[in-house]
Write a protein that binds this ligand. Structure first.
Ligand SMILES: C[S@@+](CC[C@H](N)C(=O)[O-])C[C@H]1O[C@@H](n2cnc3c(N)ncnc32)[C@H](O)[C@@H]1O
Length: 269
């Protein structure tokens, strides 16, 4: 679906494809431009089943938020939110408890603009435009300070985002900055692309992504597990997205698309 461009923030470069809008396109959303659709199609060619990979990741996000809500988590910091689509974190969390508070963070202005439109009238949720590699810009943002109580357990969501952070930018060190401000009982839910299976296709996809604003860096099972340093992994550990506590037949998937993203949830003791 294509939409008009009256909703486009002025700061957006509509000639440069980006991950948020390509993901929206792969999920069947309408907040993307011709350049995003073109590169999205190239991704789908390089990695057959890319739409399923995106859908399975989104389904993991939903189950993770429900699991955290079940553990008593009532505040969420969702970093790398993406463009609002089906199953937004505040919908899931506030359905479980209307008092739940959510801060969305993305470095893509279109994603933030849409989150703000969607949250109009919701005084327990806000969207911040910031880069996860600069933790203080997120942790000290007025919306974060207003909505999040760092003395209470928090759900930190880094779903489908850390594969945009290169090793030289020290993703583990960045995560440690967030971890150190979290109260015991806080949870980290994370998903991350891997080349462990289908390395040729994933390398082709990473090559395609270099043409956009957000190059991608896949990581091995051991490297993704290491991102949970300081958190105790909950069962079933770091697994392919559909294997993380599938709740319905729709969550299950046995095709080769199953294994391109690892997912896990850990708790800070
Ligand atoms: C694949 S989408 C994931 C969306 C959502 N978390 C989900 O799993 O359905 C990745 C999002 O991360 C955002 N992103 C990429 N690098 C980022 C960074 N350094 N800081 C903040 N957001 C980033 C992109 O703009 C995009 O919206």
């Amino acid at each position: 679906m294509t939409v008009g461009t009256s909703w486009v923030p002025r700061s957006v470069d509509v000639s440069r494809p980006c991950a948020a809008r390509m993901y929206d396109y792969l999920l069947g959303g309408g907040h993307n431009f011709a350049v995003d659709r073109e590169l999205g199609e190239r991704v789908a060619t390089a990695l057959p089943g890319a739409r399923d990979v995106a859908r399975l990741n989104r389904a993991f996000l939903r189950r993770a938020v429900l699991a955290l809500a079940g553990c008593g988590i009532r505040q969420f910091l969702d970093i790398g939110t993406g463009i609002p689509t089906v199953g937004n974190v505040h919908d899931i969390a506030q359905q479980a408890d209307p008092g739940a508070r959510i801060v969305y963070v993305d470095n893509e202005p279109v994603a933030v603009a849409h989150s703000r439109l969607m949250l109009d009238g919701n005084d327990r949720a806000a969207a911040v435009e910031a880069d996860l590699r600069d933790p203080s810009s997120i942790l000290d943002a007025p919306a974060t300070r207003e909505l999040i109580d760092f003395d209470q357990p928090l759900g930190l969501l880094m779903v489908g985002v850390l594969h945009f952070v290169h090793d030289v930018e020290d993703p583990q060190g960045v995560l440690a900055r967030y971890r150190e401000v979290l109260a015991p009982g806080s949870h980290l839910a994370l998903s991350h692309c891997t080349s462990d299976s289908r390395p040729t296709e994933m390398a082709a996809m990473a090559e395609v992504m270099k043409r956009g604003k957000d190059p991608m860096y896949t990581r091995s099972h051991a490297d993704v597990t290491a991102l949970f340093d300081g958190f105790e992994l909950l069962e079933p550990g770091v697994v392919a997205t559909p294997l993380w506590r599938p709740a319905s037949p729709d969550d299950r998937h046995d095709g080769p698309e199953r294994d391109q993203i690892y997912a896990g949830v850990g708790v800070k003791r």
